[in-house]
Design a protein around this ligand. Structure first.
Ligand code: SF4
Length: 257
């Protein structure tokens, strides 16, 4: 049964050849980008913050930063790729620290609702016969009361999206279909993005009608990807971050590939 995720669909839309390397040939890159590394470390620090709160053990800002820095050092390898020559691993570490400091200051004491669960993973069946599934990964699900649930997602992007793009965002909207299915008392879902680099929270809502259209669109999209026989390269500014650029006939022409 093919399982598609937000990143899998996005990978195809961005560059079918990169999709082929990752999901058809299943080539696992030996490296990861500094952006991914930073995102992983920040996510795990925020998970620890809320996990400790569940046990009645609020972390101080100092403890949060110590955890982040300890995990940063512990997981650090030479296989972390930095695209810009002017930046170092230390620059990325400092960015992560700043994100966490800002987040801590803004949300302390972190009581803006009841945490349902953290880092939830599951599968949403998209069709009646159960042939196609969509992978769910929710950073933090909150019960805001009165049937309102909130999906919180942490973003370490260095570009702030326009509200319009969030109102059309596929990822959290798809997750909200799963939330509506799983929780009988759910009457609405607030989609919440934390753009950590900007210390900014943004949100959006979907109607049930919009979600049904989205589910059908995603299913049609997945079926088309699953049936694809050709995977052309789509060169773009994103090639510099592509971990397959050394084996890609287009990417290996890029300086530093
Ligand atoms: S380097 Fe560019 S063209 Fe080649 S696979 Fe990666 S994204 Fe596609």
């Amino acid at each position: 049964m093919p399982v598609f995720s937000h990143s899998r669909i996005l990978s195809y839309e961005t560059c079918p050849l990169r999709y082929k390397y990752a999901y058809v040939d299943e080539i696992i890159p030996e490296e990861e980008t500094a952006e991914t590394y930073l995102g992983t470390r920040v996510h795990e620090a925020l998970e620890k913050l809320y996990r400790d709160l569940e046990y009645g053990k609020p972390m101080s800002k100092k403890e949060l930063l110590s955890f982040f820095n300890r995990e940063w050092e512990r997981n650090l390898t030479d296989a972390i790729v930095i695209v810009g020559e002017e930046f170092s691993q230390e620059d990325y570490r400092k960015m992560g620290e700043q994100y966490l400091k800002d987040y801590y200051k803004r949300y302390k004491p972190f009581r803006e609702g009841k945490v349902v669960d953290l880092e939830i993973t599951d599968y949403l069946t998209l069709d009646k016969v159960g042939q196609y599934s969509y992978f769910i990964r929710i950073d933090r699900l909150m019960d805001a009361g009165d049937g309102l649930y909130e999906i919180h997602d942490y973003k370490t992007n260095t570009e702030l999206p326009a509200q319009k793009s969030l109102d059309e965002d596929r990822q959290l909207a798809m997750y909200s279909i799963w939330v509506r299915q799983e929780f009988e008392d759910c009457r609405d879902v607030r989609l919440v993005w934390h753009f950590l680099a900007f210390d900014k929270e943004m949100d959006s809502y979907r109607t049930e009608e919009q979600l049904e259209h989205l589910r059908q669109d995603v299913l049609a999209n997945i079926k088309a990807i699953d049936a694809a026989k050709k995977f052309p390269a789509n060169a773009s500014r994103l090639c510099v971050w592509c971990l397959y650029k050394r084996i890609c006939p287009v990417g290996n022409q890029i300086e530093g590939a």
